[in-house]
Design a protein around this ligand. Sequence first.
Ligand code: SF4
Ligand code: SF4
Length: 287
Amino acid sequence: DMKITRRPEWLQKKISPAAHADMERLLGDLRLHTVCQEAHCPNISECFRQRQATFLILGRLCTRLCSFCNVTKEAPEPVDPAEPGRVAGAVVRLGLRHVVITSPTRDDLPDGGAEHYATTVVAIRESAPETRIELLVPDFQGERASLAVVVAARPDIVGHNLETVPRLYHIRQGADYMRSLRVLATLRELAPDLPTKSGLMLGLGEEEGEVMEVLADLRRVGCAYLSLGQYLAPSKGHQPVERFVEPAEFEQYREKALTMGFAHVESGPYVRSSYHAEQYGSLNTSQ
Ligand code: SF4
Ligand code: SF4
């Protein structure tokens, strides 16, 4: 698809690698992976400067085949029991105020990696009790028991991204819209005080009405936090970008979402689910 060859001027952010060279060295020394680096996230300079990062646990290889994602799809690596301790060590050494932990989907593991998530939360909590811990979890094939293990570790926020509208779920091979929505509903049932978060990528061919229906679904399952960002194809071999959504449209979505009752919304071309993660403050009592 050669339709879109140039990014519009609002998507020309510069990365300044020198600004985070020390952080990259430390992550390399600790043999840790961040989504920030793996996904060549355009916000890396800004986030690292603000002492915020998203760690990728449970390896770098995924058992699913989403056509928009840059994670390598291969037979996954064995779970490293020392990884939670190393993540906790990195949180301390980097002085992170807010950490996001995510993983590829591990359909090969009986619990989908839920126990490993929980161990990671506990390890960070012990070493850095002030750091806010946000998890961005896979769907665990909808398994309630896995979600229960995760929430029992008492993270501060748990997110699960719907990524796109139901009509376009063919780009999330192996996932199911209703199952993902149920993941968010189940989290609320298991831990009514735990705020949940979800996100969508825009520019994949979705219509505004479809986006609004997804937002309504999210509110129905009590989702408090929302992120909306522009989809950017990691390479020519990935799902192509259909459209660059204008900054003003992102702002309109943000305002509408707030009217619908989301407690905090980040919406803009560069928004990723972990972008400005610290801004998703505490919930107001009406949630
Ligand atoms: Fe990392 Fe998320 Fe920031 Fe990107 S937006 S650099 S993935 S923390
Ligand atoms: Fe990427 Fe997640 Fe899809 Fe795996 S499940 S391919 S990590 S988006």
